[in-house]
Design a protein around this ligand. Structure first.
Ligand code: NDP
Length: 246
C-alpha cells in the first residue's frame, strides 16, 4: 500500500529513530504528526520536511500524559481530517544493575516505554476504527529477546511491548483491519544511551558501540517496509540487528 496521503503519528520524533522515520515517511508522501516533548526540535524537523516538499505538523506532548496524547490526536485530526497510523517509538534506556536500586529510573522506563504505548493505543484506536483500518507500529527491541547487563527493567519493558503488540494484532487485525507490528532493533547509533547514569554500565556501552551499529535510517526502512505491504499482509515482528552484534 502506498503512503501517499496517509496520516501517520510518530512519537519520539525529536531525535534518532523517530526523526529518521518522520523524514522517510514524509519523503514518500505520508503526512506526519510529530510528537515528543522538545517542541523546538520538532519545529525544526517540520521545517526540514517541508523544505524537502513533505507535509508535517507538530503535535508536541509527553506520552506519559493520557490527556496530552488525546490532544495530539485531536490536533492531527484537525489538521488532516484523520489518523491512519501510529508509531509508538518514544522510549528511554537508563540501564543499571538492579542492586543499585535506581527505582526512579525503573519507574520512568515503565511510564514511557510501557504506559506511553498504552496511552497511544487508547488515544488513536477510535480514529483507526472510524477509518475501518490502519497501522500501529510499536518499537520494541532486541532486549525483548534477551537480557543484557543492566537491562533487567529495560528488557522487561520491551518484552511487554512485544507481547502487547501480539495481543493487539490478534484482537484488532482480523476484526478491524488494523495491522500491528513490533520492531525489535539491536544497537542503533542514537542518543538513547544519554539517559544512563550507572557508571559501570556506561563503560560497557562504550565497548559495545565500538562495533558498526545500525543507523536510525535502517530502522526507518524497516518501518517503511511494514507500512507499505498490501492490506492483507501483517508484518508481525521485525528483528533487525547489526551484522557485527553477537
Ligand atoms: P533517542 O534518545 O534518540 O530518542 C528517544 C525519543 O523519545 C526522543 O525523541 C525523545 O524526545 C522521546 N521521548 C522520551 N521520553 C518521552 C516522553 N515522555 N514523551 C514523549 N517523547 C519522549 O533514542 P532512539 O531513537 O534510539 O529510541 C527510539 C526507540 O527505539 C526507543 O523506544 C528505544 O527503546 C528503541 N530502541 C532503540 C535502540 C537503540 O540501540 N538506539 C535499540 C532498540 C530499540 P523528547 O526528549 O523531546 O521528549
Amino acid at each position: 500500500m502506498k503512503l501517499e496521503n496517509r496520516v501517520i503519528m510518530i512519537t519520539g520524533a525529536s531525535s534518532g529513530i523517530g526523526e529518521a522515520t518522520a523524514k522517510k515517511l514524509a519523503a514518500n508522501g505520508a503526512k506526519v504528526a510529530l510528537m515528543a516533548r522538545s517542541e523546538d526540535k520538532l519545529k525544526e524537523l517540520k521545517r526540514d520536511i517541508e523544505t524537502q516538499g513533505g507535509e508535517a505538523i507538530v503535535a508536541s506532548g509527553d506520552v506519559t500524559d493520557k490527556d496530552a496524547f488525546a490532544k495530539a490526536v485531536s490536533a492531527t485530526v484537525a489538521a488532516y481530517g484523520k489518523v491512519d497510523g501510529l508509531i509508538n517509538n518514544a522510549g528511554l534506556m537508563p540501564l543499571s544493575f538492579v542492586e543499585k536500586l535506581k527505582t526512579d529510573e525503573w519507574e520512568k522506563m515503565v511510564d514511557v516505554n510501557i504506559k506511553g504505548v498504552l496511552n497511544g493505543v487508547s488515544a488513536v484506536l477510535p480514529e483507526l476504527k472510524k477509518n475501518k483500518g490502519g497501522d500501529i507500529i510499536n518499537i520494541s527491541s532486541m532486549a525483548a529477546h534477551r537480557y543484557f547487563p543492566g537491562g533487567a527493567v529495560y528488557c522487561a519493558t520491551k518484552s511487554a511491548v512485544k507481547m502487547f503488540s501480539e495481543g493487539l494484532r490478534q484482537e484488532l487485525a482480523p476484526k478491524y483491519g488494523i495491522n500491528v507490528t513490533s520492531i525489535e532493533p539491536g544497537a542503533v547509533a542514537t542518543q538513547l544511551t544519554d539517559t544512563i547514569t550507572d557508571e559501570d554500565i556506561l563503560e560497557k556501552m562504550e565497548e559495545m558501540m565500538e562495533m558498526e551499529t545500525l543507523q536510525s535510517e535502517d530502522i526507518a526502512n524497516a518501518i517503511y517496509y511494514s507500512l507499505t505491504q498490501p492490506k492483507h499482509v501483517n508484518i508481525n515482528d521485525v528483528y533487525i540487528v547489526p551484522s557485527e552484534q553477537q
